[in-house]
Write a protein that binds this ligand. Structure first.
Ligand code: HEM
Length: 209
């Protein structure tokens, strides 16, 4: 068993395959959905959405609750292990997790036929603002879209500067690197804050209404 568990690729791909079979069995075999049914796709998009959301927000919480608070305790000569190895790898899963969460979230809303209604916070409903579920999930979607924007257009570019990832900014001076690192940290903290009410909307939309 150790030969299997020691190889992350084996574990990750097998887990995805088992998850997919599990979903197909319950969606088609037990619930009776056909491949083309919206119910089957809703189950698929919900699963992949929450999975990628965990990948994204898991890394966000790692940065904010583990890495950033403990950096001052690490001796300077050991800091490159985090800055050059761990953080770039974590940023890879963080930003692509955010992208997958956005795509699957939009697909989930589209599949349920309320994408426009939610993005207009219920304004596109007839009569307008009459469906609380659309207002609540719409608020959650906009909070999460703002967080996604912060990841891709503020945190990631600033981290590239601060850590000189892929040697993209070899000539940046220490002050500019520190400023970029500070900006990335502040927006990462903002996302940590927003993640809490955002999740109320995500989880509440299907349970409260
Ligand atoms: C990036 C933009 C996002 C969009 C467009 C989006 C969209 C959606 C939609 C449409 C739903 C279905 C609500 C319903 O009808 O029940 C949903 C549910 C959910 N989302 Fe998101 N979401 C986003 C980000 C996130 C993030 C970052 C997380 C973090 C983990 C997350 C976690 C969840 C959870 C846990 C559910 C509930 C699933 C369920 O109850 O079955 N979402 N999201």
């Amino acid at each position: 068993m150790a030969w299997f568990l020691s190889n992350l690729r084996y574990v990750a791909w097998t887990a995805l395959a088992v998850g997919a079979l599990f979903l197909i069995y319950f969606a088609m075999g037990v619930a009776g959905y056909a491949f083309g049914d919206a119910g089957f796709w809703e189950a698929l998009w919900r699963w992949t959405h929450v999975l990628s959301g965990i990948m994204w927000i898991g890394h966000l919480y790692y940065f904010n609750f583990t890495q950033i608070p403990n950096m001052p305790k690490i001796p300077d000569e050991q800091k490159p292990a985090i800055g050059k190895v761990i953080a770039p790898a974590a940023l890879f899963w963080f930003r692509w997790g955010a992208m997958a969460t956005l795509i699957t979230g939009l697909a989930l809303a589209g599949n349920q036929g309320y994408l426009v209604q939610a993005l207009t916070l219920g304004g596109a409903d007839d009569p307008s603002f009459a469906v609380p579920k659309h207002i609540l999930i719409g608020i959650g979607m906009w909070l999460a879209i703002a967080m996604w924007f912060n990841v891709w257009f503020i945190i990631w570019p600033n981290q590239q500067k601060a850590l000189n990832i892929n040697n993209k900014y070899p000539d940046l001076d220490a002050a500019a690197k520190a400023a970029a690192g500070k900006t990335a940290m502040l927006f990462s903290r903002t996302n940590t804050f927003l993640s809490v009410p955002m999740l109320v909307a995500m989880t509440g939309a299907s349970t409260l209404f």
